[in-house]
Design a protein around this ligand. Structure first.
Ligand SMILES: *Cc1c(COP(=O)(O)O)cnc(C)c1O
Length: 229
């Protein structure tokens, strides 16, 4: 079995190769190492190997795991990639350097309220439900442009990009292409798309942030039962 640092290096090499093969890659592609459902002992080897950008999908799990890791590695960056409930907002603002799941107006309004109080708002990505799946979070593609105008231009929130999770079992390329088109129309520079199975395809369509978990840390074990979704 390969080690976590070996997996990391292999993924970084594949990102590099995919960028070289792409006709029009983004000016950079960052690797968000998704450490959800892996405990601090699994994450530490990645930090020790020099990796600094991580993703978590639950506020509560991140709050239990990351303060100690950040104390040891103060320049580590943590991104929230999962749904954010309004009652977890304040905890999230203290923990995360970016939120990839701005998925509804109510959350934007709560963020705006915090900003008015002088709280620093992290970089935000609008999650777009490219497959228009009823059970999935995100703004509908046809509403994405208006939502960006409202949140970035009117509320002055730091919206820097779009994010999507393609439907399971569908060809992801058309979803990545749609997200890229919407980001161009909205004049947004960043695209959070691509996971273990499809990050190379996402890079072809200009991904700036690929979110890779299993291919680095292995299959997830459940380490925390939380009340969150
Ligand atoms: C878990 C998760 C990932 C990582 O998925 P892998 O298939 O393990 O690479 C990426 N994005 C989101 C939103 C996730 O919840």
């Amino acid at each position: 079995m390969s080690t976590i640092p070996e997996n990391l290096n292999a993924i970084l090499a594949r990102i590099d190769a995919a960028r070289k093969a792409a006709i029009a890659p983004a000016s950079e592609t960052r690797l968000v190492a998704v450490s959800k459902n892996h405990d601090a002992d699994a994450v530490r080897p990645a930090l020790e190997a020099g990796h600094r950008l991580f993703g978590e999908n639950r506020v509560q799990e991140a709050a239990a795991k990351w303060p100690a890791l950040k104390a040891q590695f103060p320049d580590a960056q943590l991104h929230l990639i999962g749904p954010l409930q309004s009652n977890k907002l304040k905890d999230a603002l203290g923990l995360f350097d970016a939120i990839h799941s701005l998925d509804r107006l109510k959350l934007a309004e709560a963020l705006h309220g915090e900003a008015e109080k002088g709280v620093k708002i992290p970089d935000l990505y609008v999650q777009v439900n490219t497959g228009e799946e009823p059970q999935k979070a995100g703004v509908a593609p046809r509403e994405a442009l208006a939502f960006v105008r409202q949140t970035r231009d009117q509320m002055r929130l730091p919206v820097i990009g779009l994010m999507c999770i393609p439907p399971v079992g569908e060809e992801p390329a058309m979803h990545f292409a749609l997200l890229q088109k919407l980001a161009r129309e909205a004049r947004l520079a960043r695209l959070s798309m691509g996971m273990s199975e499809d990050f190379e395809t996402a890079i072809k369509f200009g991904a700036t942030d690929v979110r890779v978990g299993t291919a680095i840390f292995g299959e997830r074990k459940i380490i925390l039962e939380t009340s969150e979704g």
